[in-house]
Design a protein around this ligand. Structure first.
Ligand SMILES: Nc1ncnc2c1ncn2[C@@H]1O[C@H](COP(=O)(O)OP(=O)(O)OP(=O)(O)O)[C@@H](O)[C@H]1O
Ligand SMILES: [Mg+2]
Length: 261
């Protein structure tokens, strides 16, 4: 019997951090938020980032998305190296290659759902791909709400508008910081199902920060941060596996605190 050696399967990388450090402030007020984080975000996958409050999740996401500059290290989105890109280059990259979903929805109150969804394209001077727009609207299930303003929509519906807005330009990566943090569990599940189907059915790449093991279980991979470092990761997470990993992180933190005192 002959054994054929297969070349390693290479997964395309949508975003990459290489030994990223982030230091806020200086002197007494200095905070080291990231301490040498290296990670690759696989294209066409759903990645969740978890960790205790203050562990650096939002900082990592902002650095990966080009919203915040790193102190040391490198960040790449697709083939573009962000570090050293300059303000104009970063603005263009954020506009064309990155989508954002925030905990607070961040919709403009005077615009309708449809106008909110199309706003980033309008700002970039790009025409929407009508067919893709319909696909996104159908997937988020907002067909009958497009003329409504945010105040006329439920929280879950507003967040689905924000998801559609992030996806309509087909960005290289969508970053979501606690997208279900302000939603009840049913609306949260709707948003998460939508995010997952945009990955499974349309090949979108998503990175999501969450505190919720159930939310994290929608992802393909969960990366755990503690004190500015990646300390663990899981693939094919279930809520129970995520919960167990979180509890073992807490135990390590308690042991470390015990050893220090
Ligand atoms: N603009 C800033 N200036 C100074 N320190 C900051 C700034 N932003 C974040 N930090 C600090 O950096 C650390 C990491 O913050 P970060 O917001 O990334 O945490 P997080 O994991 O997202 O927490 P949470 O779950 O509470 O949102 C914290 O100690 C925080 O106080
Ligand atoms: Mg945060």
């Amino acid at each position: 019997m002959t054994i054929t050696a297969h070349p390693p399967v290479r997964v395309a990388v949508a975003a990459r951090a290489v030994d990223v450090w982030k230091v806020y402030g200086s002197g007494e007020a200095q905070v080291v938020a990231l301490r040498g984080v290296s990670m690759e975000v696989a294209a066409g996958r759903f990645t969740a980032i978890m960790g205790p409050s203050g562990s650096g999740k939002s900082t990592l996401m902002h650095c990966l998305a080009g919203l915040d500059a790193v102190t040391r290290g490198e960040v790449h989105i697709g083939d573009t190296k962000l570090t050293g890109l300059g303000d104009a280059g970063l603005t263009k990259l954020r506009r064309e290659q990155v989508g954002f979903i925030f905990q607070q929805f961040n919709l403009l109150p005077t615009l309708t759902a449809e106008e909110n969804i199309l706003l980033p394209l309008a700002i970039a001077g790009r025409k929407p791909d009508r067919e893709w727009f319909r696909t996104v609207i159908d997937t988020v299930g907002l067909g009958d709400r497009l003329g409504h303003r945010p105040s006329q929509l439920s929280g879950g519906q507003q967040q689905r508008v924000a998801c559609a807005r992030a996806l309509v330009s087909r960005p290289e990566v969508v970053f979501a910081d606690e997208p279900t943090g302000n939603l009840d569990s049913r609306s949260g599940a709707e948003v998460l199902s939508f995010l997952r189907s945009s990955v499974r059915e349309h090949g979108q790449t998503i990175v999501m920060v969450t505190h919720d093991p159930t939310a994290a279980s929608y992802a393909d991979r969960v990366v755990f941060l503690a004190d500015g470092r990646i300390v663990n990761e899981l693939t094919e997470p279930t809520p129970q596996k995520v919960l167990d990993a979180m509890q073992s992180l807490d135990r390590v933190a308690a042991d470390t605190a015990g050893a220090e005192s």
